[in-house]
Write a new protein. Structure first.
Length: 385
């Protein structure tokens, strides 16, 4: 009845209830009909024409578009009744103020937690060139996340909204290509980039990220966490996640995440390859002997902090080496927590940390993308599909 990736079901039914578990199983086979129809309408276009149509869809008048693209645009033109852009702004500011440590948690915890799903990681694996593509993938993710963080950016037509809508179409194109591939095992993995995996991704950027920041000593209250969840609740809606999987409260979000983790198999070899490619990317990107030496010195630190942020169970499964630097992270937690209490008493500090966070993300993305823009274009093919 369900994909074989969905495991430990009897235990999950006892813990979470049969209705919730069986609904999740069904959603493993659910895609995104509006976006799927839109990319089908684009299928016969060459790359340039397809990208022009996507731009017209996101910036133009629906009346001038082909029917499937017009329907896609209309479905995104008005945010849901519950969407509160002011609350979303507060959620973005919570994350922006964490600066470089927020970037570390995004890479070493959030993205790696996504790689730990041995079925959910397959669309990424099928894209090929895991090691070579890792730095670009991190930079593009950082660009997307940083756009979503900006105040007002999820209003229809605003930069974060455009980026999320483009990512949604990109996911639909990948889904279309993988559905047609003889290598895609739907009986094992469900639908490519299905509703459960998409909902899990919104939690990687919200709940999982907040929990990682708390592990590093940031004092993020439940109300602030739920502002972050609200930000990604709107972002997830633009990305095509069903509203039943967009959780307004921290306990609801945590319940779903625990159900997700408890019904998936342990990380596989692909999980380890993706995580190592990410953590070792500075080493492989080094352009000089000096850069390589610096990257080699930092690698034990990266693995130590990474082990702390994902926990020993996942770190061992991913093949992380044991490193004494794992114990540096609790010391960092003490430092961040103490500094936060002290700095929090300084007038105007929130504005200063927010401005520093904005500068950090802008600079990080510029360096990672080499001055180029992340376009989130629809791929023509999957390398290993």
């Amino acid at each position: 009845m369900f994909p074989t990736r969905f495991v430990h079901l009897e235990e999950a039914r006892r813990r979470f209830g049969p209705t919730r578990v069986d609904r999740m199983g069904a959603l493993l086979g659910a895609g995104d009909p509006l976006a799927d129809a839109a990319v089908e309408a684009l299928a016969e276009q060459d790359h340039a024409a397809r990208e022009r149509l996507v731009d017209r869809t996101l910036r133009g008048d629906p009346a001038t578009l082909p029917a499937a693209l017009a329907a896609f645009r209309r479905g995104l033109s008005v945010l849901p009744f519950w969407a509160d852009l002011d609350r979303a702004r507060r959620g973005g500011e919570v994350l922006l103020r964490t600066g470089v440590l927020g970037g570390i948690v995004l890479g070493f915890r959030s993205l790696v937690a996504g790689y730990c799903s041995p079925a959910g990681n397959k669309p990424l694996v099928f894209s090929g060139r895991l090691r070579e593509a890792a730095p670009r993938r991190l930079s593009e993710t950082s660009r997307f996340v940083s756009l979503v963080y900006q105040p007002g950016s999820l209003a229809p037509g605003a930069p974060g909204w455009v980026a999320a809508a483009r990512v949604r179409l990109m996911h639909a194109q990948i889904r279309r290509l993988l559905r047609a591939s003889p290598r895609w095992d739907a009986g094992a993995w469900g639908d490519p980039i299905n509703q459960v995996d998409m909902a899990g991704t919104t939690l990687l950027f919200s709940l999982v990220l907040v929990e990682g920041l708390r592990m590093l000593g940031f004092r993020i209250r439940r109300e602030e966490c739920e502002d972050v969840l609200h930000l990604w609740r709107i972002g997830g809606w633009v990305l095509g996640v069903e509203q039943e999987l967009l959780f307004p409260t921290e306990p609801e979000a945590r319940l779903f995440w625990e159900l997700l983790e408890s019904t998936q198999s342990p990380p596989d070899a692909d999980s380890g390859a993706l995580a190592r490619a990410l953590l070792e990317s500075p080493l492989h990107e080094a352009r000089s002997a000096e850069e390589r030496a610096r990257a080699e010195r930092f690698l034990p630190v990266a693995y130590g902090i990474g082990r702390y942020l994902v926990g020993d169970r996942y770190a061992d499964a991913l093949g992380y080496p044991r490193s004494p630097w794992r114990w540096a992270a609790p010391a960092l937690r003490t430092l961040v927590s103490g500094t936060g209490r002290l700095v929090g008493r300084i007038p105007g500090v929130d504005r200063l940390t927010l401005e520093a966070g904005l500068r950090y993300w802008k600079r990080t993305v510029e360096l990672g993308l080499g001055g180029e823009e992340a376009r989130f274009e629809l791929p023509a093919r999957m390398s290993h599909a």
